[in-house]
Ligand binder design. Structure first.
Ligand code: R5P
Length: 316
């Protein structure tokens, strides 16, 4: 049984709606706080209730705007610690800098590592996140990290469509392991795209598809959609190779105007995303179905708080 006496769930500017939904699941009211944005672009956060001795959960995705929301997250952690919270668990449904996870060219920063250090340095005790771009990013933190999967709710949404001849397609080699888990869960075969990305201009090209997609309904799965280049490019290729229809299921909808333009002209029939990101600068069109992951985060918070096992949430 959770009571508001020792647990407090706060939402940052990046995840107000998700925080509300999580709190609803938990039967709690969101914690009270305010964020002020000054004209020069700096931020100020203030907690509007007593957190002394409480175990605080702060929900904040870091996108749209990525840098502001990330800084706000750090300021919240610092504010809670300085106000004597017993612990601060950062619930970061979407970690925007997770893609900067390696030094794969000269003179670049490992941005995910810098962010992990900053989160820890600000005083976080634990991180709960979802579908990190690479699971080993957990190792950038010394504090515990729970990396939840959106696969369950996304597969439920796909199953409700009752699609025939379903074939799961990984858009690139990097997502194969997760795509295989989707395929197993949906009882569908798997195909893999051989994707090449040149430079940082968000242009992706599918060179080849490994697997026979002729006559199949393709379900593209991925951790994130940004420009949409990856999904749209492979969707075209899938149709050329004989797939009958293309659907897509993606955890993080980092969608902008450019993404929408690309999607509008693409053969993707329906795109399932989650509500890890809610501050997109565009209205999502009807072909995008948003599946909530609030129950999953609520369950994770409950289990962390009651010191119960979280691993049950990772079962495929
Ligand atoms: C790549 O490694 C990721 O999993 C996504 O495929 C990629 O970030 C999607 O980006 P975009 O939509 O810009 O192609």
């Amino acid at each position: 049984m959770l009571t508001g006496d020792d647990i407090l769930v706060f939402g940052g500017s990046g995840s107000q709606n998700l925080t509300f939904s999580i709190c609803k699941e938990l039967g709690l009211s969101p914690g009270l706080g305010e964020t002020v944005r000054f004209s020069e672009g700096t931020l100020f956060v203030r907690i509007l209730e007593n957190v002394r001795g409480r175990r605080v959960y702060l929900v904040q995705s870091t996108a749209f705007p990525a840098n502001d929301n990330f800084m706000e997250l750090l300021f919240w952690i610092d504010a809670f610690k300085r106000a004597s919270a017993e612990s601060v668990t950062v619930v970061m449904p979407y970690f925007s800098y997770a893609k900067g996870d390696k030094k794969d060219e000269p003179r670049v920063s490992i941005r995910a590592r810098v962010c992990a250090d900053a989160i820890e340095g600000a005083g976080a005790d634990r991180v709960v996140t979802m579908d990190l771009h690479a699971p080993q990013i957990q190792g950038f933190f010394k504090i515990p990290v729970d990396d939840l999967y959106a696969m369950g709710p996304l597969c439920d949404a796909v199953t409700a469509q009752k699609l025939d001849n379903l074939m799961v397609v990984s858009p690139d080699a990097g997502f194969v392991k997760k795509a295989r888990q989707y395929a197993n869960r949906l009882g569908a075969p798997l195909a893999i795209g051989d994707k090449e990305r040149i430079g940082h201009d968000e242009t992706a090209k599918t060179l080849e598809i490994i697997g026979d997609v002729k006559g199949m309904t393709a379900l593209l799965v991925d951790d994130i959609i940004l420009s949409g280049g990856t999904l749209v490019n492979i969707a075209d290729k899938l149709l050329k190779e004989g797939a009958t229809e293309v659907y897509a299921a993606v955890t993080h909808a980092a969608m902008s105007e450019l993404t929408l333009e690309r999607l509008k002209d693409s053969p993707i029939k329906r795109l399932f995303v989650t509500d890890t990101i809610e501050t997109q600068p565009v209205d999502l069109p009807d072909m995008v179905e948003v599946v909530t992951v609030a129950p999953l985060f609520a369950e994770a918070i409950k289990r962390v708080h009651l010191r119960e096992s979280v691993s049950v949430l990772f079962q495929e």
